[in-house]
Write a protein that binds this ligand. Structure first.
Ligand code: ACM
Ligand code: ZN
Length: 545
């Protein structure tokens, strides 16, 4: 009897502490993206459910940082920590302090056996410190039911090198619920990424409520059926099969506001994308007068590039897009508004009397220049409303103003050309950033994907500055991963495609000049355990040795 009691007490003790470890003296640390400087200190800090959090700032956004810490610790302690203003000589606390001499996104995290101090330039820096702290916790802590966890004593100085670290999610081909979008934003936060590019319209679905144009969601948000399996690319015949089920969904303006707010609390900017003038079939299905022929189309059920684009000869098309963008601007506070611009065939324009008249009136010598005309006209509208235009690199081909930002996807060439002429650039080349590509060459054992092969190691190789002198490098705002969803049937598979490759993109953006793939893989071992603890699905390949 006595022996049983002793054993039980030992069991309770084991469950009450998730023990961490002192950092090795060489400063190796399991944090992704890699911090700027890590200095190990002897010992550990014991964080308990009763450890107070002290915030020395009147910036209201520090409340969001405290909420983020709560969110991290909730699964550990079953509740967050008590938050209060600091008292003199505060013992054993997590202390936040804003320091205006630091860059807004910079932080210094100092853990000693006595206290945790987080000094940051602004709340976003403090938020990144919380994300680092989350990765310093022993992963067993997330099983819950512990009273204290041990943090290794350390001093970390850190800040991102690039201002833009993004992910594009295509919600037109596969519609993700608001909850799934929020889970995606959580993933961005975990990786210290700060831009969510929301691809809201395409041939296969219009996904945002526009009050002036209700048909966009009544008609344009639903396709009658969807192609099963791989798209043959233009030759649709009786061998093609369809699921014969309507598929649709859209976000109300209230839901959009909810997502933008959720993102803001995680220091993530949401950039909406409204495709113009290509990828327009869902819009044309809703309002046939937007197309060159006025024909009534169906929302597209297959995937490849479509000739049916907005008519840029008619002024009514510009009234429409300005009406749409007016509402979009009201919903999204982002500086940049993405107008797509990719893959826009000129076939319809060549045959359209309105478009041909526009070419004559504007003195344009090639149909492609109509895209330049349309882009510049939309840009003037955005600028008049205090916003900037960003588009896929095709916007360069029609001639682009010096202020438009270019998202380089057909390799980095477009980005290099744009940066050399002084346009702001985001690098998102298919060669390194298309996370809809297969992750291994063992295609038979992978879920159906777009094609290609983009392993983690290749993503990590991206050099966003390659081919640019120091002046042009300053035009590169950052990097972005793209997840197109033609072959993504659900959120579980979206996670599988994102993880762990998203981490590589995050590290390219955070530390483009301080990278080592072997060290990254070593650090990823811990992050992958954290993915598991958070319930995320990830691809196992890079971790199988
Ligand atoms: C794109 O992949 N069409 C931008
Ligand atoms: Zn036309």
């Amino acid at each position: 009897m006595r022996r049983v009691r002793i054993w039980m007490a030992a069991g309770l003790l084991a469950a009450s502490c998730a023990c961490g470890r002192t950092l090795p003296s060489d400063g190796t640390i399991d944090v992704v993206p890699v911090p700027v400087r890590v200095t190990p200190v002897e010992g550990v800090f014991r964080l308990g459910a009763s450890t107070p959090v002290c915030i020395e700032s009147s910036d209201e956004r520090m409340r969001w940082v405290a909420d983020a810490l709560d969110e991290v610790l909730q699964p550990v302690f079953g509740r967050g920590l008590e938050c209060r203003f600091p008292q003199a000589g505060e013992p054993h606390a997590v202390n936040f302090l804003l320091d205006a001499s630091m860059a807004p996104d910079a932080y210094r995290l100092t853990v000693t056996p006595e206290r945790v101090d987080i000094r940051a330039g602004a709340p976003e820096g403090a938020f990144y410190a919380v994300q680092t702290l989350r990765q310093l916790l022993p992963v067993e802590a997330f099983d819950g039911g512990v009273r204290t966890v041990e943090l290794p004593a350390v001093e970390i100085e850190d800040r991102p090198a690039m201002a833009y670290r993004g992910l594009m999610l295509d919600v037109a081909r596969h519609f993700f619920t608001v909850d799934e979008v929020k889970r995606t934003l959580d993933l961005l936060a975990l990786h210290k990424m700060n831009v969510f590019h929301w691809h809201l319209t395409d041939d296969q679905g219009w996904r945002i409520e526009i009050r002036r144009y209700p048909e966009l969601t009544r008609v344009g948000s639903v396709r009658r059926r969807t192609l099963i399996g791989k798209d043959p690319g233009g030759e649709y015949d009786e061998t093609c099969r369809y699921d014969e089920r309507p598929y649709g969904g859209f976000y109300t303006q209230e839901e959009v506001r909810e997502v933008v707010d959720y993102a803001a609390r995680r220091f993530i900017t949401v950039i909406p994308e409204i495709e113009f003038p290509g990828h327009a079939v869902a819009a044309l299905a809703s309002y046939p007068w937007l197309g060159c022929t006025g024909e009534r189309y169906e929302v597209r059920q297959t995937w490849d590039i479509d000739d049916r684009v907005f008519c840029v000869g008619r002024d009514s098309t510009f009234d429409f897009i300005e009406g749409v963008l007016d509402e979009v601007i009201g919903l999204f506070p982002s500086t940049y508004i993405h107008i797509g611009g990719d893959e826009c065939p000129t076939k319809m324009w060549e045959q359209c009397p309105h478009c041909r008249a526009r070419m004559r009136a504007e003195g344009l010598t090639a149909p492609r220049q109509l895209q330049g005309y349309a882009t510049k006209r939309v840009e003037r509208f955005l600028q008049a409303h205090g916003r900037r235009l960003i588009g896929w690199d095709e916007i360069l081909d029609g001639g682009v103003s010096p202020t438009a930002a270019v998202m380089s996807w057909r390799g980095t060439e477009g980005g290099i050309r744009a940066a050399r002429q002084g346009n702001p650039v985001v690098m998102a080349p298919t060669t390194h950033c298309y996370l809809d590509y297969y992750q291994t060459d063992d295609v038979a054992n992978e879920p159906l994907a777009w094609g290609g092969c983009l392993p983690l190691s290749k993503v990590y190789e991206l050099d966003p500055y390659e081919g640019l002198d120091s002046l042009a490098q300053r035009c590169v705002l950052g990097v972005q991963a793209n997840l197109w969803t033609e072959y993504i049937p659900d959120f579980a598979q979206a996670q599988y495609m994102l993880l762990p490759r998203l981490a590589a993109v995050a590290e390219v953006g955070w530390a483009p000049r301080r990278r080592n793939y072997d060290d990254f893989l070593r650090r990823m071992e811990h992050l992958r355990l954290l993915y598991g603890a958070c319930g995320y699905r990830y691809a196992p390949h890079p971790f199988v040795h």
